[in-house]
Design a protein around this ligand. Structure first.
Ligand code: GLA
Length: 389
């Protein structure tokens, strides 16, 4: 009886350990939300080797690398053709030698990402990985790629919807088989509640929605729509509400600050999507505020959620590893609105000490409530902890 019990206990332990690994695959690849730059939002398919080098150079020179932006992602537009041996080649007019470009970016102390699709064609009609998955994974490993954005695009023409998870798993397994750690970023616009299975097919992040646009309403629609998905994110596996539009020109700086506040309270991957060679000081400041980024990159890896809402104003909270909390308030109205943050309603202690992370400023201590005015389309971002007695 005793031995049987021991065998049962051992089996249970093994089962537990195995089920744990499903959600913690390669967590070292994305312990905190991945950060970097992606070519798509600004350049679309108009990318070249020279543009990629210039963006990577700028990322280092302007201080973004220092605050954590790490991956330079070559999105759609690089693809050429598969040759008779099935080897994937970049468009020779735009990318003469991918390995040389990757070496250059690595030489700057950065990592490199690339976009492909399980479909026959990318979303822009260029060559996809369909039928070449294993060999393409090997090619990417040979080039020294560190990150793959695997975008559904035209895969619906060759696969049934119920094959989607297997299609993604097949590619994740092909990446693992290369022996090179490559972060897998799923892009299928949130279909089939991807947040429920993205980690189990081997991805470190997955897009939860359709494409973002450089537009305040679309950005807020996507960002605020993440509420409720917080239980699916954590170290090694993240919900991705899409790349940043900060600095692309169609929002006001106040709105871009809101974009950043929202993405950071969400523990979202932070991929800037603007032209890094020509941005304003205000854009750079929004992208590189270390105290704001620290909320996103907090080691506890908890995605924030909405705790209070009244008309166009709302308050979100994100617990941090040191026991303090990040609090964000948003105002969707175009004119300034008063927001009363009631500590009891937010399960906060009666007396708190607060720091304004955008202003880099400790505020006075507050009791019971904190009244603040949030600018039109603006936000505030605070770090709060119990006031010292
Ligand atoms: C899709 C993705 C975008 C981008 C383009 C490239 O639309 O959602 O992020 O990768 O494809 O064609």
């Amino acid at each position: 009886m005793k031995t049987e019990f021991r065998v049962l206990f051992f089996r249970l332990l093994v089962a537990l350990l195995l089920s744990g690994t499903a959600f913690a695959q390669k967590p070292e690849l994305a312990r905190t939300p991945p950060m970097g730059w992606n070519s798509w939002n600004h350049f679309r398919t108009n990318i070249t080797d020279a543009i990629l080098r210039a963006q990577a150079d700028a990322l280092v020179k302007n201080g973004m690398k220092n605050v954590g932006y790490e991956y330079v992602v070559i999105d759609g537009g690089w693809e050429g053709f598969h040759d008779e041996q099935g080897n994937f080649h970049p468009d020779p007019q735009k990318f003469p030698d991918m390995r040389v470009l990757v070496d250059y970016i690595h030489g700057l102390g950065l990592k490199v990402g690339i976009h492909t699709t399980p479909g026959p064609k990318t979303c822009s009609g260029r060559e996809g990985s369909y039928g070449h998955e294993k060999q393409d994974a090997e090619t990417f490993a040979k080039w020294g790629i560190d990150f793959i954005k695997y975008d559904w695009c035209t895969a619906g023409q060759v696969y049934q919807p119920d094959q989607m998870q297997a299609v993604y798993k097949k590619f994740a397994d092909a990446l693992t088989a290369t022996g090179r750690p490559m972060l897998l970023s799923l892009c299928q616009y949130g279909m089939q509640n991807v947040w429920k299975w993205g980690a189990s097919v081997g991805a470190q992040m997955w897009r939860t929605t359709n494409d973002i646009q450089d537009n305040y309403y679309q950005m807020m629609f996507i960002g605020l729509g993440q509420n409720g998905l917080e239980k699916y994110a954590g170290p090694g596996h993240w919900n991705d509400p899409d790349m940043l539009e900060v600095g692309n020109g169609n929002m006001k700086d106040e709105e871009y600050r809101t974009h950043m506040t929202l993405w950071c309270i969400l523990a979202a991957p932070l991929f800037s999507g603007n032209d890094l060679t020509g941005m304003s000081p205000a854009t750079l400041e929004i992208l590189t505020n270390p105290e704001v980024i620290a909320v996103d990159q907090d080691a506890a890896g908890v995605q924030g959620h909405r705790v209070w809402q009244e008309g166009p104003t709302e308050v979100w909270i994100k617990p941090l590893a040191d026991g303090s909390k990040a609090i964000a308030a948003f105002n969707r109205e175009t004119r300034p609105m008063r927001v009363d943050i009631n500590f009891a309603e937010l399960s906060l202690p009666a007396a708190i000490q607060a720091r304004d992370l955008w202003a880099h400023k400790d505020l006075e201590n507050f009791e019971q409530t904190m009244t603040t005015t949030v600018p039109g389309h603006g936000s505030i971002l605070l770090k709060v902890k119990p006031a010292a007695k």
